[in-house]
Design a protein around this ligand. Structure first.
Ligand SMILES: [Zn+2]
Length: 185
C-alpha cells in the first residue's frame, strides 16, 4: 500500500468513529494530522533502515510493522501521549492495510523467531517494483493505483469539512479584493 491508501481510510474512519471511541475528542486539524502520521508510522520507523541500508534485510517492514510495536504505541498513547488517543489506532490499521498476515514472522516478532520475513523477489526501489508489475502483473498494479485513488477520495471526504469553513471565509474576501480604507469619491 502507498501513501493515500493508508492515510485516506484512517482519516475517514477517524472522522466517523473518533468521538464514539473517545467521546471527549474533536476531529479537528490537529486530529487529522495526528491520525495521518499514526497511519504511516510503521513506514516512518522502518523505511529509513531499508533505504539507507542500516539493516541487513531486503525488506522495509521491520520492527515498526510488528504487533508488539503497535501494541506498545497504542498503550503509550492511551495512558501517556493522551492527545494522540484514539488516533493511534491507525497504526495497527496500517498492518491490516499492508496485509501483514502474509509475513507472520514479522507480524509476531519475536515470538516466531528473531528475524523479519523478506518478500520472494527483491526490488531495489518502488520504481523497479512498479515497472516489474507493469510488465508482469498489471492487475496488481491497477489494484495499487485504484487503492491509492480511493484513499485520496476518502482523505478529501474527511478533510473537506475542516477546510470548507476556512475557504468560505477566504473566498468572498478574495473575490471582493482589498478592502477600501476610505469611501470612493
Ligand atoms: Zn507499511
Amino acid at each position: 500500500m502507498i501513501f493515500f491508501a493508508h492515510i485516506g481510510p484512517s482519516a475517514w474512519l477517524a472522522r466517523r468513529l473518533g468521538s464514539w471511541l473517545a467521546p471527549e475528542t474533536v476531529f479537528d486539524l490537529k486530529a487529522l494530522t495526528a491520525v495521518s502520521l499514526c497511519a504511516i508510522l510503521p513506514d516512518i520507523v522502518d523505511k529509513p533502515f531499508f533505504y539507507l541500508g542500516l539493516y541487513p534485510a531486503h525488506t522495509g517492514r521491520l520492527w515498526g510493522h510488528t504487533l508488539l510495536f503497535s501494541l506498545a504505541w497504542c498503550l503509550a498513547c492511551r495512558f501517556r501521549l493522551k492527545a494522540l488517543w484514539p488516533w493511534a489506532l491507525a497504526t495497527p490499521g496500517h498492518l491490516i492495510l499492508d496485509g501483514m498476515w502474509d509475513r507472520p514472522h514479522t507480524l509476531a516478532w519475536p515470538v516466531l523467531g528473531n528475524y523479519f520475513d523478506e518478500p520472494p523477489m527483491y526490488f531495489p526501489s518502488h520504481k523497479d517494483y512498479w515497472v516489474w508489475l507493469y510488465h508482469n502483473d498489471p492487475l496488481v498494479l491497477a489494484g495499487l493505483v485504484l487503492g491509492d485513488l480511493t484513499g485520496l477520495v476518502l482523505f478529501a471526504a474527511a478533510a473537506w469539512p475542516l477546510a470548507a469553513p476556512a475557504l468560505g471565509r477566504w473566498l468572498p474576501a478574495a473575490a471582493r479584493g482589498r478592502p477600501r480604507t476610505s469611501p470612493p469619491r
